[in-house]
Design a protein around this ligand. Structure first.
Ligand SMILES: [Zn+2]
Length: 261
C-alpha cells in the first residue's frame, strides 16, 4: 500500500498523464463514383488500423516491483507503468480507461477499422509504456489513441489532449500528423461530450509533452486524451456515469474518423 501511495504521489508530481482505393477512370461509362470518404465496401475506415491504449491496468497496484521498473523513454527513464488515479469514491482510472476502450472498439470496427488494444483485459499488469508504444508501431497503426483521466488538484476540471513534442531523429515524421489527430480528437470530444477545455493545464484543450513514453516512442500518429479530472467532483460524476462514457467513446470515434478520412 505504501508503494501505491508513493506511486500516486509521484504521478501527481509528474502532472498526470496518468490517427480504399477508388476504381481507376475508365473509358466506358461507370456507375456514379463512391463518396471519397467511403471505401468500396462502404465503410469509412476499411483498411485503417487504430490502436487504442487504455491507460494503466487493474493488476498494477498489486505489483509495484514490475510496475516501478525503470524504462528508457528517450528523454529520460520512467516507471514501466503506473497505477493511475481514482475518483474520491474509488472509481479507478484503469477501470475507466478499460470501459471507454471497450465501448470505442466496436464503434470503430463497425466503421470498418481494424482495432488493436494494448491490453486484453483489466486484470493484468502493465504492459510497460515502451511495450504499449511498440504495439502501435508493430501494427503500423494509422492512429494511436491513449485513454486516460487525470488526477490533478480538485479545483481543476475539463479535458485535454496531449501531443508529442519533436525529438529529432526519433519522431520527426509523426509530430505533424499527431498534431492533426490531436486537433480532430479535441474538436470531436468538445462537441460530443460538452466538456470544457481543462482549466488547469494546456491551452484550448491541447498540450505538447516530451515526458511520456507512449508518445516519445511512437512511430505512428499518437495522442493521449485526459478525459477529465477524476479528483474534481463535477468531472468525477461525469466519468463515473456509463452513459457519459458512451458519449466519450462516440466522440473519440468521431475524432478518429475525421482524422483518418
Ligand atoms: Zn493515466
Amino acid at each position: 500500500m505504501r508503494a501505491y501511495l508513493v506511486t500516486l504521489t509521484a504521478l501527481a508530481a509528474l502532472g498526470g498523464a496518468c490517427g480504399g482505393s477508388v476504381p481507376a477512370a475508365h473509358e466506358t461509362a461507370l456507375p456514379a463514383a463512391p463518396s471519397p470518404t467511403l471505401s468500396p465496401s462502404g465503410r469509412a475506415l476499411t483498411g485503417k488500423t487504430v490502436v487504442i491504449d487504455p491507460g494503466h491496468n487493474g493488476g498494477n497496484a498489486a505489483h509495484p516491483k514490475e510496475i516501478n521498473r525503470q524504462v528508457d523513454i528517450i528523454t529520460g527513464r520512467k516507471a514501466c507503468n503506473t497505477v493511475g488515479t481514482q475518483t474520491d469514491d474509488g472509481y479507478q482510472e484503469h477501470a475507466f480507461t478499460w470501459d471507454v476502450a471497450s465501448r470505442l472498439k466496436p464503434i470503430l470496427e463497425n466503421m470498418g477499422a481494424e482495432v488493436v488494444l494494448t491490453r486484453p483485459d483489466d486484470k493484468g499488469v502493465g504492459p510497460c509504456v515502451t511495450e504499449r508504444a511498440e504495439i502501435g508501431n508493430k501494427a503500423r497503426a494509422n492512429a494511436v489513441v491513449s485513454i486516460h483521466a487525470d488526477g490533478a488538484a480538485p479545483s481543476g476540471h475539463g479535458f485535454h489532449v496531449i501531443m508529442p513534442g519533436l525529438l529529432r531523429g526519433h519522431n520527426d515524421a509523426v509530430v505533424e500528423p499527431s498534431r492533426r489527430l490531436g486537433l480532430d480528437v479535441r474538436n470531436a470530444y468538445r462537441a460530443g461530450t460538452g466538456m470544457p477545455y481543462a482549466t488547469y493545464r494546456g491551452k484550448d484543450g491541447l498540450q505538447t509533452r516530451t515526458d511520456l513514453g507512449g508518445l516519445n516512442l511512437s512511430k505512428r500518429p499518437a495522442v493521449f486524451v485526459e478525459c477529465g479530472n477524476m479528483r474534481n467532483s463535477g468531472d468525477a460524476a461525469k466519468l463515473s456515469d456509463p452513459g457519459f462514457r458512451q458519449r466519450i467513446a462516440d466522440s473519440l470515434a468521431a475524432g478518429i474518423k475525421r482524422f483518418l478520412t
